[in-house]
Design a protein around this ligand. Sequence first.
Ligand code: URA
Length: 210
Amino acid sequence: MSEHLTVVDHPLVQHKLTLMRDKGASSAEFRRLLHEITLLLAYEITREMPMTTRAIETPMEEMDAPILAGKKLALVSILRAGNGMLDGVLELIPSARVGFVGLYRDEATLKPVQYYFKVPEGLNNRVVIVVDPMLATGNSSAAAIDLLKQAGATDIRFLCLLAAPEGVARMKEAHPDVPIVTASIDRGLNSKGYIMPGLGDAGDRMFGTK
Ligand code: URA
């Protein structure tokens, strides 16, 4: 993709995002809306997938018809909230392989520490779409992408629901080659690293935890 940052301001995306932000939305509604928005965001993040043509015959005549070039895809979910976006992308690209990265924040150093890393083989030959609904400080996203690059990935895209300007800046500094697609850039982070106005803790809202 050519742009570093794409904000999908489609009316359907913005409408559904408002319903998700509302604290009255139940966990079931929140998950359904996240799934639906992910379908629309995934449409945008796959816009520049490599294409080729295939010779086919319609009932009328022969034609060289456009078709995906078949570059393999990997989806990587940043645990745990990333899992809420996985099914949406898989619905559009069912053949994609799936990986998971688990990171927690060390409260002493405030640095992300890896606790789980399982990704498909041959990342160097795949388009890798990383999913995580909330791009807040950008520290865990940047760290996850460091790990994916160490594992061989060269063509990485980042799909999130909401982003803070701080997170976008951190990603641009750490990984200027990784395009970001999001539904909104919010005002900024509060002192606890939450996105404002945001939607709260995406994992808690998705899974009904506190
Ligand atoms: N993670 C969340 O779930 N929400 C935020 O606002 C920031 C990080």
